[in-house]
Design a protein around this ligand. Structure first.
Ligand code: SAM
Length: 295
């Protein structure tokens, strides 16, 4: 049904600032997420989806429901944050990471000043942060890629790898922690990779323990989270696009501070490095939008 099918329905429920504030207050009070950091048309579209799903005629009716019904708050947020993902999503991006980033991290020895090319296990683990990792496909994919790289290359220095996956959606993180995926979720994964990195489990596959133990998942709003450790790589794909330009700038600057000197930022093809963030990064791959913090 479209908005035109129901004459009672408001065509654009967030047209006024007051309506937006009312929605923002409820979401903030119940969930601690600040909607003003998200692009208004994006919130608007998601809201229309929920109004239709709940057959609400207008925003006031929907807001009443939203403030009383915890399930609806969660449904609204999952609609807003869109959890679409898959293993090795946009394979070209992973191919570029393997070719351009991993050799620097694992073979050449990284870029830490003062320890040039002298890294060993004692240098600490390679840390990779998957921001907005949804149900874990991205965090496990990058962990698998790193492990494959290390396993298949005797010349690679035996560094430990720690992957940190974070997402604002608690349900997604609960799934990520399980590391279990139904057959169809692994649909496009090469059979060879599936056999090597997953165990058959019921009607699906579970990420093997040796990979699960190097990946930690946490519920967190990236706009408020400061990770414990500095990172060698940050992947932030298909997430920035929902944020306002101001929040994107803020976040990209913070990424440049959280990354170690020479660390990599992987944005993927749908995101853009804003003009103001360009001064912090050099371009490694313009197509897959991979950048490196200036040393
Ligand atoms: C489209 S998915 C992208 C998943 C994965 N990065 C990929 O590219 O396949 C976007 C994810 O960003 C998460 N997200 C949105 N806003 C967020 C925030 N403020 N903090 C953390 N995660 C957020 C959503 O919950 C969702 O799981």
């Amino acid at each position: 049904m479209t908005t035109g099918d129901n004459p009672r329905r408001e065509a654009a429920p967030l047209e006024t600032d007051r309506a937006f504030e009312a929605l923002r207050n409820i979401v903030w009070a119940r969930f601690g997420l600040d909607l003003s950091h998200y692009k208004r048309p994006c919130v608007q579209r998601r809201l229309e989806v929920r109004l239709r799903a709940r057959a609400c005629g207008n925003l006031a009716e929907y807001l009443e429901r939203l403030s009383e019904d915890g399930d609806e708050i969660r449904a609204f947020l999952s609609t807003l944050t869109i959890n679409v993902t898959e293993f090795f999503r946009n394979p070209g991006c992973f191919e570029r990471i393997r070719a351009l980033c991993l050799p620097q991290l694992f073979v050449e020895g990284g870029f830490r000043p003062g320890s040039e090319r002298q890294l060993s296990r004692r240098a600490g683990p390679i840390r990779i942060w998957s921001v907005g990792c949804a149900s874990g496909e991205e965090s496990y994919s990058i962990a698998i890629l790193a492990r494959e790289y290390l396993d298949d290359r005797p010349e690679a220095r035996p560094r430990n790898v720690e992957v940190f996956g974070s997402d604002i959606d608690a349900e997604m993180i609960a799934r990520a922690r399980m590391g279990f995926y139904e057959d169809e979720r692994l649909g496009r994964l090469a059979a060879e990779r599936r056999e090597r990195w997953f165990d058959r489990s019921g009607d699906g596959w579970r990420v093997k323990r040796r990979t699960r133990v190097i990946v930690r998942h946490e519920v967190a709003d990236v706009l408020r989270l400061v990770p414990e450790h500095r990172q060698d790589m940050i992947m932030c794909r298909n997430m920035l696009i929902y944020l306002t330009r101001e929040q994107q700038d803020r976040l990209l600057k913070r990424f440049s501070e959280v990354l170690k000197p020479g660390g990599f930022l992987v944005l993927g093809r749908t995101e853009l490095l804003s003009q103001s963030a360009r001064s912090h990064f050099d371009t490694v791959c313009p197509r897959e939008r991979i950048y490196q913090v200036r040393t």
